[in-house]
Design a protein around this ligand. Structure first.
Ligand code: NAD
Length: 259
């Protein structure tokens, strides 16, 4: 069956962290359109998953902080009981961070690494046992081009603006996500589980509205990415057709970085 058909993901159960956000909701939409049951979990959501029944779980986003290991494990267990074992995890939850390395507060470093890197790891850990039991799973982590290029070059900016443009904690957190993806890919490959990451370039979302328009000049495709560009890459990596692809960091960046 073609992965673009409306039932290509029928029977599949997905957990999308950061599912209230712009990219997360686009990911949830394309998976639902293809028949998957999708649970969106997000720190900003108001729904309480503890009392939710199966339809409620798979409809509106539920509140979850990905840095809370016990809560993630309990949510995954509840999804397994009510909806079915999670066979697709998409780690989208993340926060941006700006500021020069010299002035970056220790608390900001900890916050960004905790959410973007540890949070993604904890969610992966939570789904591993049931994916292994099923002998099938897809884990897709959202990294970033900034985790590869040590920050977007902004040759037009002056020193004062550079202070705002720096984002070392964010870049390191996303580089960590890329490396973690490889480690988990190797550990889980014997169980039919693939683990991949997507490294988007700048995507037109509120996270990037403060970016200067000149940034487009760094993107050979001549435009920012869209949430759909990322969601379509998720669809491919989540598909059965992508079963021999694991440990890959898939660039979705309009040619901004070719490595
Ligand atoms: N927008 C871009 O240009 C871009 C580029 C590369 C990578 N990314 C990554 O894509 C992902 C989504 O970005 P977006 O642009 O949709 O931003 P967004 O702010 O719309 O979405 C991020 C979501 O993560 C949630 N979140 C934050 N901390 C959380 C926590 N502790 N627990 C649970 N949820 C939490 C937020 O509430 C938000 O809904 C992020 O990981 C981001 O780093 C974005």
């Amino acid at each position: 069956m073609s992965e673009s058909s409306s039932s290509a993901f029928a029977g599949r159960v997905a957990l999308v962290t950061g599912g209230s956000g712009v990219i997360g909701s686009a990911v949830a939409d394309v998976l639902r359109e293809r028949g998957a049951s999708v649970v969106c979990a997000d720190r900003a959501a108001t729904g309480d998953w503890r009392g939710a029944d199966a339809p409620a779980l798979a409809t509106a986003p539920v509140r979850l902080d990905v840095t809370d290991r016990r809560a993630i494990a309990a949510l995954v267990e509840r999804i397994g009981l009510l909806v079915g074992p999670v066979d697709l995890l998409v780690n989208v939850a993340g926060v941006a961070s700006f500021g020069s390395a010299e002035s970056l507060a220790e608390s900001e470093w900890d916050r960004v690494i905790d959410i973007n890197l540890k949070g993604a790891f904890l969610a992966c850990q939570a789904v591993m046992p049931s994916m292994k039991r099923q002998g099938f799973g897809r884990i897709i982590n959202i990294g970033s081009v900034v985790g590869k290029n040590a920050g977007n070059a902004r040759p037009w900016i002056d020193a004062a603006e550079q202070e705002c443009a720096g984002n070392v904690a964010y870049g390191v957190s996303k580089a960590g996500v890329h490396v973690m993806t490889g480690f988990l890919a190797k550990e889980l490959a014997p169980y039919g589980i693939t683990v991949n990451a997507i490294a988007p370039g700048p995507i037109a979302t509120p996270m990037t509205t403060s970016f200067p328009p000149q940034l487009k000049a760094l993107i050979p495709a001549g435009r920012m990415g869209t949430p759909a560009d990322v969601a379509n890459a998720v669809l491919f990596l989540a598909s059965r057709d992508a079963g021999f692809i694991t440990g890959e960091i898939l660039d979705v960046n309009g040619g901004m970085l070719c490595d």
